[in-house]
Design a protein around this ligand. Structure first.
Ligand code: ZN
Ligand code: ZN
Length: 267
């Protein structure tokens, strides 16, 4: 189905002047889907984007995992999505040992915040995602378990978008993304940092995150149409990010480092 994919936050860990932390919107018909809800979620209230979002009858928020660079924006929702019909779906007990309700209750209650998720001013449904196909009314979200410091899920929404972040480069992502118009894949490490990690005896980061060339190789083998590299490392300046992008393009020409506010039409 056709829709517009909009990057609201593309950084990992720390927001910067240019990049908020992970949040992507996908506006399709009367539905608005969000992939992750980091600080980028604040842009739901951006004056130029707000009209696109205001027309949504229903909002679905898919959380890859509960690290704060992917969930910080949940506490902004009482303002940004007040009165809406909202579903928040994240890894459930089976996938990560804690239900979405428990995880978000922790985030929104004393001493971290004072408006428990159960009382958010919206018609709210919380859904535990499982590995495999999660069927919703009118669409499907396929999930795979990923390797990261905390259990995280890779996701694919129908035949529109595949989303793999906070994961190592995985064979499963090739299957998940196969033939998709758009794969959003994390690339925490550029080639320089990746090689440095490989040279260490047991670099932890290699069990937590991906590198740009690995993501490009996944996109190539999955035969996706476009690869958006995201979860950008806040230690990298713009020149280094462009070098990383060129490196990925040598492997998969339709790769690019996605920027905040960038929009992609999905046909
Ligand atoms: Zn992250
Ligand atoms: Zn994480």
């Amino acid at each position: 189905m056709a829709g517009t994919f909009i990057a609201l936050g593309t950084s990992g860990w720390i927001p910067s002047e240019r990049r908020e932390t992970m949040c992507f919107a996908y506006a399709r018909g009367r539905r608005l889907f969000l992939f992750d809800c980091g600080t980028g979620a604040r842009r739901l209230g951006h004056p130029e984007l707000e009209p696109t979002f205001a027309s949504a009858r229903e909002v679905f928020i898919f959380l890859s995992h509960y690290h704060l660079d992917h969930t910080m924006g949940v506490i902004y929702l009482p303002k940004l999505l007040a009165g809406k019909k909202v579903t928040i779906a994240g890894p459930g007990k089976e996938a990560c040992g804690v239900s979405v309700e428990d995880a978000l209750t922790r985030l929104t209650t004393f001493p971290l915040f004072s408006h428990p998720i159960s009382g958010f001013p919206m018609d709210l449904t919380l859904v535990d995602l499982k590995v495999g196909v999660n069927a919703f009314k009118g669409f499907e979200l396929r999930c795979v378990a990923q390797e990261h410091t905390a259990p995280s899920l890779g996701m694919r929404l129908d035949d529109d978008v595949a989303y793999a972040t906070d994961t190592t480069c995985s064979e499963q992502t090739v299957d998940l993304a196969r033939g998709a118009p758009l794969l959003v894949h994390e690339c925490w490490l550029d080639e320089e940092d990746y090689r440095a990690a490989l040279a260490e005896p047991d670099a932890r980061v290699l069990r937590e995150h991906s590198h740009a060339a690995g993501a490009a190789d996944i996109a190539k083998r999955a035969e996706v149409e476009m690869l958006a590299l995201a979860h950008i490392n806040p230690n990298y300046r713009e020149g280094r990010i462009r070098r990383m992008e060129r490196f990925a393009r040598n492997i998969f020409p339709e790769a690019f480092v996605i920027r905040d506010f960038e929009q992609i039409e999905i046909k």
